[in-house]
Ligand binder design. Structure first.
Ligand code: DAH
Length: 347
């Protein structure tokens, strides 16, 4: 092996031994740099005769090319290795179970409320929402609720430690009925001077609160108020509307309703609405569903309307109970415990 061949072998072995691109460039400088071995060889040419210079010069140039090729080969090998390492570090293990995105869905009671809104909406009812913290007047007085009525008492109603303008404790509304008054007053004001006033037709679903807790009562529960007021609205309209609503809600045209005389301070006469399924596991049993009645003249007056002229009905039902009946749920508390094993069944 002549000196040039051995220099090539040395360069190739140093290149191969360089573990990184930076060290490879250092090795390159040792051979091809300004004071590198090949450069030194070229400088030595000056001392040779023209004949020798020619053949030695050509040999050194070949060596230089060969060293550059070895360098390039190592550069590519290093770049390739780096890419492979990178790919390996970012590798996906396709056999790992995926991380699932939680699939959200509406709460069953929300679904019921949307359903109620859609059905009453199709019958021309507006949907209203109102405050959950109410004044004493809205929750009780305006609704013809006597001072000594039990719904007003501390055992039943949650009170807030803040007084309203009349010096009475605010309450967590124990029913959605105040929305009758809020909505009707707003409606009357909006249409003041219009004769006759356009009818009031509204439902008001929302959260309500009472000091009560067992399998069928929760301190927070839902109600949906309904109100239809005009010049000629009668109990017959209530029967038709509510029966139609139930048949559509439960998709059972055989459902029967029964209006059982009852008492509420804000209606006269008052009735409990019972229903009976024509099919299914509850078939043949009367189920209590809602309170209702013809709105009391005192309440119509509190709407800001003339009770001699405007008349109609109100009802209050429980979306929680409708949900229990629709899905066959026996314990109301399941709705409010937020157990995903329960809730995910309604997806
Ligand atoms: N507010 C009543 C309650 O919570 C339910 C009710 C009864 C509402 C009769 C009405 C009604 O609008 O007319 O028990």
């Amino acid at each position: 092996m002549n000196d040039l061949d051995s220099l090539l072998a040395q360069a190739a072995s140093e290149f191969d031994a360089a573990p990184t691109a930076a060290e490879l460039e250092n090795a390159k400088a040792r051979f091809l740099g300004k004071s590198g071995r090949v450069t030194e060889l070229l400088k030595g040419l000056g001392a040779l005769s023209p004949e020798e210079k020619k053949s030695r010069g050509a040999d050194i140039n070949r060596l230089k090319t060969a060293i550059e090729q070895a360098l390039q080969a190592r550069r590519e090998a290093l770049a390739d290795a780096e890419l492979q390492a990178q790919l390996k570090a970012q590798a996906l293990d396709v056999t790992l179970p995926g991380r699932q995105r939680g699939q959200g869905s509406l709460h069953p009671v929300s679904r019921t409320i949307e359903r109620i809104e859609a059905i009453f909406g199709s019958m021309g009812f507006d949907v209203a929402e109102g405050p959950e913290i109410e004044t004493d007047w809205m929750s009780f007085t305006a609704l013809n609720n006597p001072e000594n009525h039990p719904a007003r008492s501390m055992q039943d109603t949650f009170y807030v430690d803040v007084k309203d303008a009349e010096g009475r404790w605010l309450n967590l509304r124990p029913h959605t009925s105040p929305m009758q008054v809020r909505y009707a007053r707003m409606h009357a004001a909006t249409h003041a001077g219009q004769d006759p006033m356009p009818e009031i037709r509204v439902i008001a679903p929302g959260r309500t609160y009472r000091v009560d807790s067992d399998a069928t009562h929760s301190p927070m529960f839902h109600q949906c108020e309904g109100l239809w007021i005009g010049e000629h609205i009668s109990f017959k309209d209530l029967k038709v509307v509510f029966t139609d609503f139930l048949r559509r809600f439960f998709e059972d045209d055989g459902i029967e309703t029964r209006f059982r005389p009852s008492y509420f301070p804000f209606t006269e006469p008052s009735a409990e609405i019972d229903m009976m399924f024509a099919t299914g596991p509850l078939k043949g049993r009367w189920l209590e569903l809602a309170g209702s009645g013809q709105v009391h003249p005192n309440v119509v007056r509190n709407y800001g309307l003339d009770p001699e002229r405007y008349i109609g009905f109100a009802f209050g039902m429980g979306p929680d109970r409708l949900t229990m009946l629709r899905y066959g749920v026996s314990d109301l508390r399941l709705f409010f415990e937020n157990d995903l094993r329960f809730l995910s069944q309604f997806r």
